[in-house]
Design a binder for this molecule. Structure first.
Ligand code: XMP
Length: 555
């Protein structure tokens, strides 16, 4: 909706009708439930008599039909994938200009069997007799297919018809116009106080910090960047160039608490704890708990939506913000979150409006725990095992099976073939990741997993490999074609070159799912050759795993 220029918010489906009364229209989204499942999502039926226009999509159409006296039939197998819709000619603005045959995307099990009184059926497919319904008098609509996915060829036109023609909204939402309003909001919220931020160098916290600085003046805003020593090459210099920030050095502390630790979850935990200690130290030393201070944060809209896939994002972000002092500030409302109603692409637009450099705004995401979760460790030496499909490397890497993160070994196959990798991860539940060598300096029989932990040497090795990959993908323009490009160090190699590097470029929209993407052969060869020149690196691999089953990061 916002891409169409219309302001929209996501609300829990059970939100009472009176809380939604300010909206010109409501969309009930799809979901995997059946209206007959105990505890399945529902809506307040009063929304259907409020006079507001309502569009139900997929499950949204079913719950609408169910609550208004129609009948929903339980599907046996369901229908998933492409289908052809036949849409009738109607005079209803919802379907204006859309009649005829068209490709749509279906993903449902149950079906509407009988429409409620007042509704007519306007669209159908060979397998789904009730694919689009309308009650023009009450402005209630339903579609069984998904207009919001790209595979529905004219999907955007359905959504535009609903918000512009049916609801009568004007496409006037432009995040760039909001800048003066956000600045005023910051001034109103902060009053005579001052604001401090922990800035990570990522897009959200940097844009929030820049907004507050513009709204309040540099003398009333403090930004602190914690150098954990787990950052990429040039990161601290990059953050310094953003201006107005002070750097809190904690490199040695992080290295010493991580010494000898090999277990991935422990690493994450220790980093989180250490971050808290450093933040507490800064808050204490600078007197930031005083009543004249507030905490500023780069929270964005998806972080605040509790339902669906974004719950995890929220969890990841809160991780670093669990400092007791910060909790106290949140509890007492001394917190400013100027970007809390914006999506990521909107934050970038706001940043451009503020004149922030593209180099910052177009950055790929980078995880808070930094290179530590890209530098795999091993508690003991272990042999690679030959299997009919390839070589099983006994490092443990994270995957998503169901909704949980799980750790399993990695399988190496001999060709850069993502389809084969998908077939293998589907078939072999014992591995959740498949890689292929780009180049190896020693044959398989001479390499093994070697016991190691996080040391300054290994971090430096990874930092160097990452810098090569980043430089070459930037120079070639490859970085603008992909969503993120982690580079991982695994303890696989020979005695004098004990590590290997894995390249993990992925495409994604929001990080919740991702596709492994190949890169052009010439670029790959060049990257691999340069990385192999780094002392201690024995081989370069390519990660062929989509998410799911593999996660984007390896730990
Ligand atoms: P996964 O590995 O779960 O990553 O597929 C999805 C996205 O989240 C990022 N990520 C993190 N970001 N702190 C962060 O700030 C973390 O602990 C963390 N772990 C994963 C990851 O880089 C990817 O963009």
């Amino acid at each position: 909706m916002r891409d169409l220029g219309v302001y929209a918010e996501v609300r829990a489906s059970e939100t009472p009708a009176e809380e939604l009364s300010g909206a010109r229209g409501l969309i009930i989204s799809g979901g995997p439930s059946s209206v007959y499942d105990a505890g399945s999502p529902t809506v307040d039926p009063a929304i259907f008599s409020s006079g507001q226009a309502v569009l139900g999509i997929c499950y949204g159409q079913q719950i609408m039909a169910h609550l208004l006296g129609g009948e929903v039939r339980r599907g046996e197998k369901g229908e998933y994938g492409m289908a052809t819709l036949q849409l009738d000619e109607t005079s209803d603005p919802m379907f204006a200009g859309l009649s005829g045959h068209q490709q749509i995307w279906m993903s449902h099990r149950d079906l509407v069997g009988r429409v409620p009184d007042g509704f007519s059926i306007v669209g159908r497919t060979d397998t789904c007799p009730v694919a689009a319904i309308a009650d023009s008098a009450r402005r209630l609509y339903g579609v069984q297919f998904h207009p919001e996915v790209v595979h529905t060829s004219r999907g955007l036109e359905y959504l535009a018809n609903f918000v512009l023609r049916v609801c009568g909204c004007v496409p006037d939402w432009d995040p760039r116009h909001r800048v003066p309003l956000i600045e005023q909001e910051i001034r109103d919220c902060v009053g005579g106080r001052k604001v401090f931020f922990f800035v990570s160098g990522g897009v959200d916290s940097s844009v929030a910090f820049a907004l507050a600085t513009r709204a309040l003046g540099a003398d009333r805003v403090r930004g602190v960047y914690v150098d954990t020593g787990l950052m990429r090459e040039g990161e601290t210099e990059f953050v310094r160039r953003l201006g107005g920030l002070s750097v809190e050095h904690a490199e040695n502390e992080f290295l010493s608490v991580l010494a000898g630790v090999t277990e991935p979850e422990r690493k994450r935990h220790i980093i989180g704890e250490e971050f808290v200690l450093v933040q507490e130290r800064v808050i204490e030393r600078e007197g930031l708990m005083g009543h004249d201070w507030m905490l500023g944060q780069g929270t964005i809209y998806p972080d605040t939506i509790e339902s669906g896939g974004t719950a995890k994002a929220a969890l990841i972000k809160t991780h670093h913000n669990r400092v007791a002092g910060i909790q106290k500030l949140i509890a007492s409302g001394r917190i400013v979150e100027p970007l809390r109603s914006f999506y990521k692409d909107e934050v970038r637009q706001v940043g451009r409006e503020l004149g922030l450099p593209a180099e910052l705004l177009d950055r790929h995401p980078f995880p808070g725990p930094g290179l530590a979760i890209r530098c795999l460790c091993a508690a003991s030496d272990a042999e690679v095992e030959a299997s009919p499909e390839g070589y099983v490397i006994p490092v443990r890497s994270v995957g998503v099976q169901g909704d949980a993160r799980s750790y399993a070994p990695v399988l190496a196959i001999d060709t850069l073939d993502t389809s084969r990798a998908t077939e293998l991860t589907n078939r072999l539940t014992s591995v959740n990741r498949v890689i292929a060598p780009v180049e190896m300096r020693a044959p398989w029989k001479e390499v093994r997993v070697r016991a190691c932990s996080l040391t300054a040497d290994r971090l430096a090795r990874l930092r160097q490999a990452d810098a090569v990959a980043r430089r070459l993908s930037h120079e070639s323009g490859y970085d603008s074609q992909i969503w993120q490009f982690p580079v991982i160090l695994i303890p696989l190699g020979t005695a004098d070159a004990p590590d290997s590097v894995v390249l993990r470029p992925v495409d994604s929209v929001d990080g919740m799912t991702a596709q492994s993407v190949l890169m052009e052969e010439g670029l790959l060869r060049k990257m691999s050759r340069e990385i192999l020149e780094i002392p201690g690196v024995s081989a370069v691999f390519y990660d062929l795993t989509h998410k799911p089953p593999g996660t984007i990061e390896w730990e």
